[in-house]
Design a protein around this ligand. Structure first.
Ligand SMILES: *Cc1c(COP(=O)(O)O)cnc(C)c1O
Length: 386
């Protein structure tokens, strides 16, 4: 009888433990600071703030919680409009719905795959005319690539709309020398298991506005008023990070620089081995920015490549390799079918094209050279068949 030995699974991006995590976890146990206070949390917040050069940071239970808190801090409530990148993970926009607010989705532009300044300008000038300026704009830095922040900031400043920078995927990336996540009014990071570093689950809010972050701490811990009894005047959340998980985050953070270098090296190798293939274009890196290359991605021109991304993904799956299409734009999700959408140009929806033709490759910093060779071989064999 024939037996097939399944090759070892290659994941898109799996947790990469460094060995430095346990000392911080043990410290938490030894001092019995097990829950939502303790030295790991305080230190993790300081370490992130120092790394990105923001005044302060507040650790929370997830990146999604961080975005939700950011909207709360900007007083987003029922009926308000919030603009958001369309080409992103649903967690960028779900908190808009938690607040009972209404998302308006903004397309990408081709040079960063991130929010199109043209589409944003059109959306804001419409909003002014109808007297419905958004309370915030959520700008995502996709797959570790910073958005065109100068252009987007100029537009938002003109209309005086605050920016929440969703840097969940771009920790360690820079824009004109500044840390991604520090260019807007509030920045948000995620330490979910698939991100460039993980605390097993967690998030962080950064800002230079101390008052805002003081309020973030207050809201994240059930909004307890200053009174001897339990007293509450506003809605709060239970969103604080645990001291154990902050310990994991600290152990991971020690290795961030190396993780970024490794992911960039993985990108470089894919690029060198595959870029010559017909119809294949890698995600660009904007001048004066340094992506963390969280996920290597490219688009395939079906006519030139004579095959589809869909087919390529199934060929990789046959070899037990995980590859995924680029995020499905949120404006085309059933959840948001009634939301407004502003394309890059009136006749050109960039995010829809990227979704149709884009693929994300295994990019974990713990992927071996051999494993990457397996991925490269499948792609070369599939595309050279035609
Ligand atoms: C992962 C991610 C989030 C959510 O972070 P969690 O920690 O998983 O809640 C938000 N936005 C983007 C773009 C993400 O990739």
């Amino acid at each position: 009888m024939e037996t097939t030995v399944l090759k070892k699974r290659i994941f898109l991006s799996s947790p990469h433990m460094s060995g430095s995590e346990m000392k911080y976890i043990e410290e938490a146990f030894q001092t019995n600071w097990i829950t939502s206070m303790g030295s790991n949390i305080d230190a993790f917040e300081k370490e992130i703030a120092t790394l990105v050069g923001s005044t302060e940071a507040v650790a929370v239970s997830s990146g999604t919680a961080a975005i939700h808190l950011a909207l709360s801090l900007l007083n987003v409530t029922r009926g308000d409009k919030v603009f958001c990148s369309s080409l992103t993970f649903v967690a960028s926009a779900n908190p808009i719905l938690y607040q009972g607010a209404e998302p308006v989705f903004i397309d990408s532009e081709p040079e960063t795959w991130n929010m199109s300044p043209l589409a944003l300008e059109r959306a804001l000038s419409d909003a002014v005319q109808s007297g419905e300026l958004p309370k915030a704009v959520i700008i995502v830095n996709l797959y570790g690539q910073p958005a065109k922040m100068n252009e987007l900031l100029a537009i938002c400043n003109h209309y005086q709309v605050p920016i929440i920078e969703d840097a969940a995927e771009s920790l360690g990336a820079t824009y004109q020398g500044k840390a991604s996540g520090t260019l807007g009014d509030i920045g948000v990071f995620s330490f979910n298991g698939n991100k460039i570093i993980t605390s097993s689950g967690g998030g962080m809010i950064v800002s230079d506005n101390k008052e805002l972050l003081k309020k973030a701490r207050f809201l994240a811990s059930q909004a307890k008023d200053d009174a001897p009894h339990y007293q509450h005047s506003v809605v709060g959340f239970n969103y604080r990070m645990s001291n154990i998980l902050a310990g994991i985050g600290r152990g991971q953070l020690e290795h961030l620089t190396h993780r970024v270098e490794t992911r960039r090296f993985i990108f470089k190798r894919y690029f060198e081995e595959l870029n010559h293939l017909p119809g294949l274009s890698f995600m660009p890196e904007l001048a004066n920015t340094r992506s963390n290359r969280w996920l290597t991605s490219f688009t395939l021109n079906e006519n030139e490549a004579k095959t589809s991304v869909h087919h390529l993904i199934s060929c990789l799956a046959e070899e037990n390799i995980e590859a995924r299409p680029v995020w499905k734009p949120l404006h085309s999700q059933p959840l948001f079918q009634n939301s407004r959408y502003y394309p890059h140009k009136l006749e050109e929806s960039v995010s829809e094209q990227l979704f149709k033709n884009g693929i994300c490759l295994p990019s974990g910093s713990n992927m071996t050279e051999e494993e990457q060779t397996r991925v490269i071989d499948v792609i070369q064999n599939t595309l050279q068949q035609y």
